[in-house]
Design a protein around this ligand. Structure first.
Ligand code: ADP
Ligand code: MG
Length: 696
């Protein structure tokens, strides 16, 4: 296989459009894609027809609007190209109207109350900024999903709005800096995806993995990740065959999977694509996750995308690398070559600093899920406290600027920071801090809090919006300023002074940081119910409305959906635990205890004065555990039943799930894990950690 021939072979991309569309149509579509101008129906009809012919040549028979409801996964509604004609025949048809707009019954997707006020019907609308592609014989058309009242019912619509918001404000700044040739600013994103591969056979023997994607029980194996011998280790042949196959599938869809290596935990790996626009990166990441699971199955693996599949073993995240780029190819977070470039760079840099400091709550919410609560703060991923890492060099520069001192880059280049020139920043500011939730890595920021299974739409919607809002304030100031340069410097100094508390270059895993962060007044929101109430604070609703990303109504609906989802996940986990305990674990422990008892009685019958003190002790412990497990099992069942009595407030329900249900799950688990440690291996009803984590 030649990657160059494969790459994008199933994508209706720019090259295909240029080749197949009439010039006029191509130009109109291109304008829509690059500048966001509306598309008229005549153009859409020509595009649809060309798209259909191309797809049929590639073997497609159906088309679907491919959209991302608030569940965080993707949804499809397949229609055949076939249209019956008079006389009994059929032709292959696909109209501009079908391309641009689809109807869908919105009632089966979460709407968080929006459904109550509006019709059940929703519509999907083509997003021409993300290319159509063919998957499993179906032409997939990336679309946004809205209610008839125009409310966003998906993750793409707000993302697209936030991209617009960032473009609007960043363009104002660039105009002030004299970049008149720039037409558009787009956020760029490269998400690094972590995942586990375990044996498929073993996966299907555990109900917890099947129903919840993570292990709800599991005694620690003698060898976990203590030896750190997996990280960047050599890749096993079966895994590398999977990776090759996955790459090929992704390349066909135009996803530029680039690096693949082992991660810290056993059986854990990572895939990084080459970055693209926030919109395409989000679509591609959804496809990547879907294909990982599909291709894994072909190789006898199950791909786990949960944030924390195994207790005591590092979980999986998704590092969201983010920057802003112009249509002329300028990366706005790239330190420049000249003092003038640097003034602009520093302005965008401090805009991000201010945005993150002001909106820690929103960033925390953008990655909040029941699964991610296990990972954040577990000394393997950033804590639930948001802070930023800049590195020593950049830190020294900002310190110098704040104090109006000169900064000495190295022995050769001392740079003066007067009122007239900002320093030239050396390019290699690449020191690493892997514990930071939000790290500057040379020419982009890496937001490390998203969980492995999440759509990155929410995180990027929030990032784009909060940065847009800060840039809006900067632009307001700069447009009024008599002396632009002086005002830029004043903004930079003001921002550093007012927001430097968010910068922390030390170890985010240390307990001391928790105290220090508290002193600095930073938010520490360990769980979903801690974080979500912030979403409805007046200033947050005002912010999203000001940037035209969410209406207050849409925010309320998202608040409810996120809390409902948290409750659902925990309830499913608790029910799964109960089922496993009652149907598998208790019977196994009781059977084993019975065997110990019967064998002991048998021995005693043969040799009357035999000392069976160890067997007796074991039997006693097993019986104690059986009783305790039984008790905690009942307590968990009651906690679940109590959920009915909490009332309809989603926040109260979520708190009950955390404090009562989840708490009960942990107590039950501790006992079961102890039992697993003393029951004979073959008598345990499903494969344990040792076996799962040594998948070959
Ligand atoms: P690192 O090892 O520092 O994490 P990589 O080169 O592996 O860096 O990049 C990590 C991810 O960041 C990749 O997906 C890459 O495409 C992405 N990336 C690089 N530059 C940018 C940028 N300007 N904007 C967004 N993502 C970027
Ligand atoms: Mg990285």
């Amino acid at each position: 296989m030649n990657p160059q021939d494969t790459f994008g072979s199933l994508v209706f991309n720019d090259a295909v459009m240029r080749q197949r569309l009439p010039k006029e149509t191509y130009r109109a579509l291109h304008k829509t894609m690059v500048e966001g101008t509306p598309l008229n129906i005549e153009v859409a009809s020509v595009v649809a027809n060309t798209m259909k012919d191309w797809a049929i040549e590639k073997g497609a028979t159906h088309f679907t609007h491919w959209f991302q409801p608030m569940t965080g996964i993707t949804a499809e509604k397949h229609d055949s190209f076939l249209s019956p004609i008079e006389g009994g025949g059929a032709i292959m048809e696909f109209s501009g109207r079908e391309l641009v707009k689809g109807e869908s019954d919105a009632s089966s997707f979460p709407s968080g109350g929006l459904r109550a006020t509006f019709e059940a019907r929703g519509y999907t609308a083509w997003d021409p900024t993300s290319y159509a592609f063919i998957k499993d014989g179906t032409l997939c058309i990336p679309t946004a999903f809205c209610s008839y009242g125009g409310q966003a019912l998906d993750k793409k619509t707000p993302l697209l709005r936030s991209i617009e918001a960032l473009n609007r404000q960043a363009m104002r700044i660039l105009t002030l800096f004299g970049h008149h040739q720039v037409k558009r600013v787009t956020p760029t994103v490269g998400p690094e995806q972590e995942y586990f591969l375990i044996d498929k056979e073993l996966f299907y023997r555990r109900k917890d993995l099947i129903y919840t994607g993570r292990t709800l029980f599991g005694a620690r194996p003698p060898k976990g990740q203590e030896l750190d011998d997996h990280y960047y280790g050599s890749i096993k042949p079966r895994v590398s065959a999977f990776m090759r196959d996955l790459d090929e599938e992704l390349w066909k869809l135009g996803v530029s999977a680039k690096t693949e290596h082992n991660e810290v935990a056993p059986c854990q790996h990572e895939l990084a694509p080459i970055f693209s626009t926030a919109n395409i990166a989000t679509d591609h990441n959804q496809l990547t996750m879907e294909l990982m699971k599909k291709v894994a199955a072909r190789h006898g693996f199950a791909c786990l995308l949960h944030e924390k599949p195994f207790a005591g073993v590092n979980g999986s995240g998704k590092h969201n690398n983010w920057s802003m780029s112009t249509d002329t190819g300028m990366n706005l977070l790239e330190p420049g070559e000249t003092p003038a470039d640097n003034a602009q760079f520093l302005l965008f840099l401090v805009a991000v600093i201010q945005a993150v400091d002001l909106h820690q709550d929103l960033l925390r919410i953008s990655i909040a899920s029941a699964g991610n609560d296990h990972r954040l703060g577990a000394n393997e991923a950033p804590p639930a406290i948001i802070s930023m890492f800049l590195g020593d060099e950049l830190q020294a520069i900002l310190d110098a600027i704040e104090n109006h001192q000169s900064y000495v880059a190295d022995a050769r280049t001392a740079v003066n920071i007067g009122v007239t020139a900002l320093p030239r920043i050396p390019k290699d500011t690449t020191d690493r801090n892997r514990t930071s939730p939000f790290a500057f890595t040379g020419n982009k920021f890496e937001f490390r809090m998203p969980g492995s299974p999440m759509s990155i739409a929410d995180a990027n919607t929030t990032l784009n919006t909060i940065v847009a809002d800060v840039l809006m304030g900067f632009a307001d100031r700069l447009e009024q300023a008599a002396d632009l340069r002086a005002e830029v410097e004043q903004i930079v100094v003001d921002t550093i002074t007012n927001h430097k508390r968010i910068i922390f270059n030390g170890n985010n895993y240390s307990p001391a940081w928790k105290d220090e962060a508290k002193k600095r007044g930073l938010l520490d929101l360990p769980s979903v119910p801690d974080a979500l109430p912030y979403l409805l604070h007046g200033e947050n609703i005002a912010l999203f409305e000001r940037q035209q990303v969410y209406t207050g109504e849409e925010l309320h609906s998202r608040y409810e959906i996120q809390l409902e989802n948290y409750c659902k996940v925990i309830s499913i986990e608790a029910h799964t635990m109960l089922e496993m305990v009652n149907q598998e674990i208790l019977p196994a422990v009781m059977a084993y205890a019975g065997r110990v008892a019967r064998d002991g009685a048998e021995k005693k019958r043969l040799v009357e004065d035999l000392d069976l003190s160890y067997e007796q002790k074991l039997l006693r412990r097993l019986t104690e555990l059986i009783n305790a497990i039984g008790e905690k099992n009942d307590a968990l069942r009651r906690a679940l039943l109590d959920l009915e009595n909490v009332g309809s407030d989603p926040l109260a329900q979520a708190r009950h799930c955390r404090d009562s249900v989840f708490h009960g799950m942990q107590e039950l688990r501790a006992l079961v894990d102890e039992a697993e440690g003393i029951v004979q291996d073959q008598a345990w009803p499903f494969p344990g950690y040792g076996e799962l984590l040594t998948t070959k």
